[in-house]
Design a protein around this ligand. Structure first.
Ligand SMILES: [Zn+2]
Length: 137
């Protein structure tokens, strides 16, 4: 039996959901507010870019610091178990990211990588995004 009342349960669910603002969603909603249109997760392009601005020939990846081995506090954090397994996995991600970036550049795409840690500071994030997409002020 559920140890929470119905109201308690839904309060918990609300809390869980409000925490679900992933870095990618933050970036997406910001760009929406700027009024730009983009495609999500284009599978035809290397690395399945998170956001694709086809007409501008621009791509944004939003990378999790841990998974993609960012050189920051979160990225350097070591897992508590299976250190070797995760180390190898992250190394593979790094190599794949690098290769995808090279291919995309050869295809004349302009690529921006936004790191998870960069999405925490919204004013900085907005500068990064606006500069990249070319918002006229
Ligand atoms: Zn980071």
């Amino acid at each position: 039996m559920d140890c929470f009342t119905k109201d308690e349960r839904s309060a918990i669910m609300r809390k869980v959901r409000s925490k679900d603002t992933t870095p990618e969603k933050k970036v997406r909603s910001y760009i929406h507010r700027l009024g730009f249109r983009f495609r999500l997760h284009n599978e035809k392009l290397p690395g399945k870019p998170d956001l694709v601005f086809a007409r501008k020939k621009k791509i944004i990846f939003v990378h999790g610091c841990f998974w993609h081995g960012h050189d920051c506090k979160a990225g350097r954090k070591k897992p508590k178990s299976n250190v070797e397994y995760w180390g190898k996995k992250i190394q593979r991600n790094l190599e794949r990211d690098k290769l995808n970036l090279e291919i995309l550049k050869k295809m004349n795409w302009e690529v921006l990588v936004i790191w998870e840690c960069e999405t925490k500071d919204e004013s900085r994030l907005s500068v990064i995004i606006e500069e990249f997409i070319g918002v006229k002020k």
